[in-house]
Design a protein around this ligand. Structure first.
Ligand code: HXC
Length: 515
């Protein structure tokens, strides 16, 4: 190194910035993917990226690695800003050794995780990697272990968002899965534990990588990922949007938007949104969209367990988490997947100080052997655990059916709701009137001359007695029965009242959630 030191620095920087070289960069673009550095330029506010560890090199000598130059060890790491807020980022560089993760690559990611935890700022990972660098063997595996450990420590302390923009195979999928949100790019992002070849060898099944672990599979079928995007740019814009709802860490409140829709706005459209026939479906998203600030709803896990709607929105500029049964899908019943989806979201909101507004219209749990054998008891219990454990403001609006265990699970007063509102159409009962009549009047119906007529009569009696909000309100399980048009106004008032809510649970290491 006899050259002028600044010339040497420039030469080295040039090598780093060239990444895997023009041929591999071209290949990356031909695959429809941006490079690691281009992605950071789209993600971050202009000119804010401060790179850390650009000169880090691997030190492995196995399988000829000592002769292989791997600029920045195939990952670009650093810090930058999104809407002026500090974030920590890593972006794996597929043009260099396939973005594979070796010991030093892993250490760079760990450094970012450590800094984010110390400073209380979000971590964003852009994944595009062939996985553990095969030549480095156990050093690469250990690197993953250290990352998983930090993912877990950071969970519930700082937000973690992962974008899958290329392959993510084998145990490497577990770092994304330990983060709060996974966004997948359609056509290029793929996640699987064992790839198509291994599957064919072991089980004989034939499946393509895209079918097995593409965005469709992981968002709609498995529920592993939360969002999909059509390309890299859209995915990165989505990260920015998502972050606008989330605070920097668990000690801060979510950002408040300056866009202020009047909190006391009436919504005449809600007067007749619920069909007169109690068994007719309707789209609960119409209610959600009408109640919150315009264009503020970001639905999460759309396409997975759509009988449960979850998402982030704003009311009077303040962020809220929204959960709602969807009567249009499986009649709004609760099942295994809906329970998992709901429980995880409630815990996310609670971890990051986001009040939860729950809209209820559910006839109960989905019956069937597949549900029972699949462990609906265990999965359903997660919802009870999550709501009961949550200390953020919890507001419940009962729209129509709230039956049995599902009534309790959807953040009932007895489970810990701070404020329960009900529409006049609300029906709170142990079960639906027909089912109830069949059980409690079984003998009367059986002995009747016209059993069908008696069954209907008895169901009607039960409906009149219990399938309304008045009995529950008379016992204090409902705080107010409201005009649907005033729903926004009442939720906003409740939120304002609960703004300074402080709640605590008995000290413990952690609970034993029924996972
Ligand atoms: C070292 C790797 C690599 C890896 C890719 N490369 N993956 N080098 N370790 N894991 C290199 C390739 O050798 C190639 O180098 C360059 O990256 C680009 O790869 P290509 O194969 O040319 O690209 P493509 O055709 O797009 O295929 C991408 C791929 C494929 C599907 C990811 O490379 C692949 O199958 N890689 C192996 C995946 C894998 O089995 N990884 C281990 C998973 S297990 P050259 O120099 O030729 O350009 C795991 C365990 C983690 O990760 C456990 C944690 C607990």
């Amino acid at each position: 190194m006899n050259q002028d030191p600044s010339e040497e620095l420039k030469r080295r920087q040039k090598t780093i910035e060239e990444m895997g070289g023009s041929v591999r960069v071209k290949k990356q673009h031909q695959a429809g993917k941006l490079t690691a550095r281009e992605r950071l330029a789209v993600l971050l506010d202009e000119g804010t990226f401060e790179e850390i560890g650009a000169h880090v090199r691997h030190r492995s000598t196995f399988f000829g690695l000592d002769k292989q130059d791997i600029p920045s060890d195939a990952v670009v790491t650093g810090t930058g800003r999104i809407d002026g807020r500090v974030v920590y980022v890593y972006s794996q560089d597929f043009t260099v050794a396939g973005g594979s993760l070796g010991e030093m690559h892993a250490q760079k990611i760990q450094r970012i995780q450590d800094l984010a935890l110390k400073t209380g700022n979000p971590i964003i990972g852009l994944n595009d990697s062939g996985g553990a660098r095969i030549q480095e063997g156990v050093d690469a595996l250990a690197g993953y272990g250290e990352i998983f450990k930090r993912n877990t420590w950071a969970s519930g302390v700082v937000p973690q968002i992962t974008v899958i923009m290329g392959p993510s195979a084998g145990g490497a999928v577990y770092s994304p899965s330990l983060t709060d949100f996974i966004i997948m790019v359609r056509g290029t992002g793929q996640m699987f534990i064992t790839g198509p070849q291994v599957i064919q060898t072991v089980t004989g099944e034939q499946v393509t990588g895209e079918e097995l672990g593409g965005a469709d599979a992981q968002v709609r079928l498995s529920g592993v990922a939360h969002f999909s995007a059509h390309n890299d740019e859209e995915a990165l814009r989505l990260v920015r949007q998502l972050l606008s709802y989330i605070p920097n860490n668990n000690r801060e409140l979510p950002p408040v938007s300056s866009e202020q829709d009047p909190w006391n706005r009436l919504i005449p459209a809600l007067a007749d949104v619920i069909p007169r026939d109690a068994n007719k479906p309707y789209d609960v998203k119409r209610i959600v969209l009408a109640v919150i600030d315009p264009a503020s709803f970001l639905e999460i896990q759309q396409g997975y367990a759509d009988n449960m709607v979850i998402g982030l929105g704003r009311l009077g500029g303040h962020v809220i988490g929204i959960t709602a049964n969807q009567p249009r899908v499986l009649a709004g019943t609760m099942d295994i997947n809906a329970s998992d989806k709901l429980a995880r979201f409630v815990r996310f909101c609670d971890a990051f100080n986001i009040p939860i507004v729950t809209f209820v219209d559910t006839p109960g749990y989905l019956p069937g052997t597949s549900q029972e054998f699949g462990g609906i008891i265990r999965h359903g219990a997660k919802v009870l655990f999550a709501y009961a454990e949550a200390t953020v403001p919890k507001i419940t609006v009962i729209l129509r059916k709230a039956y049995g265990g599902a009534y309790l699970a959807m953040c009932s007063k007895s489970l810990g709701a701070d404020w329960v509102l009900a529409w006049p159409t609300a029906e709170i009962a142990v079960m639906g009137p027909e089912g109830a009549a069949n059980i409690i009047f079984r003998d009367v119906i059986r002995q009747a001359e016209n059993p069908e007529m008696v069954r209907k009569q008895k169901a009607e009696e039960y409906r009149e007695e219990f399938a309304n909000p008045f009995v529950a309100a008379s016992r204090g399980y409902i705080d107010s029965i409201i005009d649907p048009q005033e729903t926004r106004l009442h939720i906003a008032r409740a939120l304002m009242t609960l703004m300074n809510k402080r709640d605590s649970r008995p000290h413990k290491k952690h609970g034993n959630m029924p996972l």
